[in-house]
Design a protein around this ligand. Structure first.
Ligand SMILES: [Zn+2]
Length: 677
């Protein structure tokens, strides 16, 4: 009996180990046999074969909407950063200026008692500013201040700087759609029952936030209905995510006169002046129809309604920074209802994430100094060059592309800049004053610094060294206007890149990621940009047609896959990622074969090198989700779920069929294979 009791109590033990600050990053091998499910047939469901054990052994933590190999590594990086910040927060002597900032910022964020005591008071200056508006003519100045302080795009529209799509060397002002509280315009327009229910819960949340601001319940309900009405109008006037994948649809360059003509009811001179910008005369209005609707709204809404809308968004932007009443209410909708997350993240995690978001390069420098060696940088750079070499061969040998387009494609490939690990020059946060006892003030000052830093780029020479991801991030990206690929130090670690492993899984995993980012330069979106990063058609008509036919094969394939319930992948939205996944793995395979030419890689742990390549690939994508998360992502995520990012690729690769000796009629073998690159 005693024994049985012991077993039972063991089984009911929480499977989630207590999280502590880490002094070193834990090691997980790049190919993990225990993460596999050997009872599955690789030719029937390769994803289950490669990831079944991982999914079984790694239940979704209570504070997450999904769990994945990437997510787990990101969590470990966070625990490591926690250790760094904890130490810097305790120390007061011998810190550099940057260390003082991140240490004291973290300390101010972790001081929950102070945060609790201040309740919703930190919001008061913003709310007062809104309250003092005497007429709609006051809107531009108030909006400019709120945009700078919140750094958010939730207030009517976004105003930003970006490279001119026609001339990537020049940075101009961008006026973009925004103004929504829900994560995408489709949340406002879909009319299935689940979407309707979610909107009802959202409106109830908005009402409760007004109550937290002190409004009586009846008024709060009416205010929430008004917010819903305004946001729904803005949502309907916004392009869909899929439409926004076409860069030509987002390019409407105009002068100040043109901008003013779109929104005659809004004084841009006042807005720009208050934002610290003057004499601007070049704008890209990404969605002119949206701004026309915005103007109609501003004309027709009463001053009181505009104030209501602004109060909601000011409170929404700051809610996670305020006392627990606000934090919990915010989490109840944006965590629990929207993504199905049972528990709020512990404070340390939210604070580490905030330092990363606001002072990310100061923290990133600490991370890189401890966790990313020059040797690792050299190794991954070598792999990147090999993948690029494989792409060169592919383009040269491509059957469907004319010599003229090939030459342009090669030009573009050669111009791609490889950025590995971290920026050459760290951002200077000098102007951000960080006080140990002023958390919300620190956040506002860091937001204002970042907003001003971005706007200050307008009209200045382009900084090609800049990164749009911090070094500890477990991710990578391709930027079509910079024409560069960027791999954060956080993504070049075990189990994704494992210097202790043989080449096969490393090429499958990190090689596949490098190939993926490279292929983005040539996917349905990236292909519209040339070697200099300009939006310019360098394709012959016939080559473009040939490309589209091959891309359509992938669009049709992924449209068949179910995400959750009766929701299928919107494969027009995921097209670029799906093309990049397949192209990436093909390139990784070729680069691996080139690297190991003339050698005879050995079988290990019962797998041939070819099998290890594919299992290594699949094991980056092991993941599982809560159903709410899947539903939300079906509308917002341009990536297909992990299962299809694995099974959807291997069915297109004859190399896989051979590696696992699959038979023609088996599910992981496709008769009409897709192939773009
Ligand atoms: Zn991608």
């Amino acid at each position: 009996m005693r024994r049985l009791f012991l077993l039972l109590s063991l089984a009911s033990c929480p499977v989630f180990a207590a999280e502590t600050p880490l002094a070193a990053l834990p090691y997980t091998p790049g190919l993990d046999v225990s993460a596999m499910d050997r009872s599955a047939d690789p030719c029937v469901d390769f994803y289950r074969y490669a990831c079944g054990g991982w999914i079984r052994n790694n239940p979704i933590p209570p504070d997450e909407s999904r769990w994945s190999v990437y997510g787990k590594l990101a969590r470990e990086n966070q625990q490591f950063l926690w250790g760094i910040l904890d130490e810097l927060a305790k120390r007061s002597a011998g810190r550099s200026a940057a260390q003082q900032k991140i240490g004291d910022y973290f300390a101010s964020c972790m001081d929950e008692t102070a945060v609790e005591k201040s309740g919703g008071r930190p919001l008061k200056p913003q709310l007062d500013r809104i309250f003092r508006m005497k007429s709609k003519r006051d809107l531009p100045a108030v909006l400019a201040a709120l945009h700078l302080e919140t750094g958010a795009g939730g207030l009517f529209f976004r105003f930003a700087s970006n490279q001119d799509l026609a001339d990537s060397t020049s940075v101009i002002a961008f006026a973009e759609s925004g103004g929504l509280g829900l994560p995408d315009r489709d949340f406002y327009t879909k009319d299935d029952d689940k979407s309707k229910e979610l909107r009802t819960r959202y409106a109830a949340h908005v009402a409760r936030m007004f109550e937290l601001l002190g409004d009586p319940p009846g008024a709060a309900g009416r205010e929430a209905a008004k917010v819903m009405e305004i946001e729904t109008r803005l949502a309907r006037a916004s392009l869909t995510r899929t439409e926004r994948r076409d860069p030509y649809r987002l390019f409407h360059k105009m002068d100040a006169k043109g901008l003013k003509a779109l929104t005659p009811g809004f004084d841009w001179d006042v807005y720009l002046g208050a934002a610290g910008l003057s004499r601007l005369n070049v704008f890209n209005v990404t969605e002119p129809e949206f701004f026309k609707e915005l103007d109609r709204q501003w004309q027709s809404l009463s001053l009181a309604d505009i104030k209501t809308y602004l109060r909601w968004h000011a409170a929404h932007a700051s809610a996670p920074l305020l006392s627990s009443a606000f934090v919990n209410e915010d989490f109840d909708f944006f965590g629990r209802a929207l993504y199905g997350i049972p528990e709020l993240k512990p404070r340390w995690k939210r604070c580490v994430a905030l330092v990363d978001a606001q002072l990310g390069e100061a923290l990133g420098e600490e991370f890189v100094n401890r966790a990313f060696s020059p040797a690792l940088k050299q190794k991954t750079l070598h792999m990147t060059k090999q993948i690029e070499e494989a792409m060169r061969d592919e383009i040269v040998n491509l059957e469907w592309m004319s010599a003229a387009t090939k030459q342009k494609a090669l030009e573009k490939l050669h111009a791609i800049v490889n950025k590995i690990g971290y920026p050459d020059k760290w951002r200077d946060y000098g102007p951000v004053e960080v006080k140990r006892n002023d958390f919300v003030g620190n956040v506002a000052r860091a937001n204002a610094f970042e907003s001003r830093r971005r706007l200050a780029k307008i009209g200045k020479p382009l900084d090609r060294g800049e990164w749009s991801m911090t070094p500890p991030t477990v991710n990578a990206y391709y930027d079509p206007q910079m024409n560069d690929i960027n791999f954060a130090a956080g993504v070049l670690q075990p189990p994704l890149y494992d210097p202790k492993m043989d080449d096969a899984p490393n090429y499958g995993n990190t090689g596949g990621t490098i190939g993926h980012e490279l292929t983005h330069g040539f996917d349905d979106e990236g292909r519209h940009f040339d070697a200099q990063g300009n939006l310019k058609d360098w394709w012959t008509e016939k080559d473009a047609r040939e490309f589209n036919e091959r891309a359509q094969c992938i669009v049709d394939q992924y449209a068949q896959y179910t995400i959750v319930d009766d929701i299928k992948i919107n494969s027009r939205l995921t097209e670029g990622e799906d093309i990049a996944d397949l192209g990436g793995l093909v390139l990784a395979w070729l680069a691996w074969k080139a690297e190991t030419a003339g050698t005879k890689p050995e079988s290990r742990e019962g797998f041939t090198p070819e099998q290890r390549f594919f299992v290594g690939y699949a094991q980056w994508a092991c993941e599982h989700h809560r159903p709410e998360d899947l539903r939300a992502r079906a509308l917002t995520d341009a990536h297909s779920p992990g299962k299809y990012r694995v099974n959807g690729l291997v069915v297109n690769m004859p190399e896989f069929e051979r590696a696992f000796s699959c038979k023609a009629a088996q599910p992981m073998v496709r008769e009409n294979r897709c192939r773009v690159w």
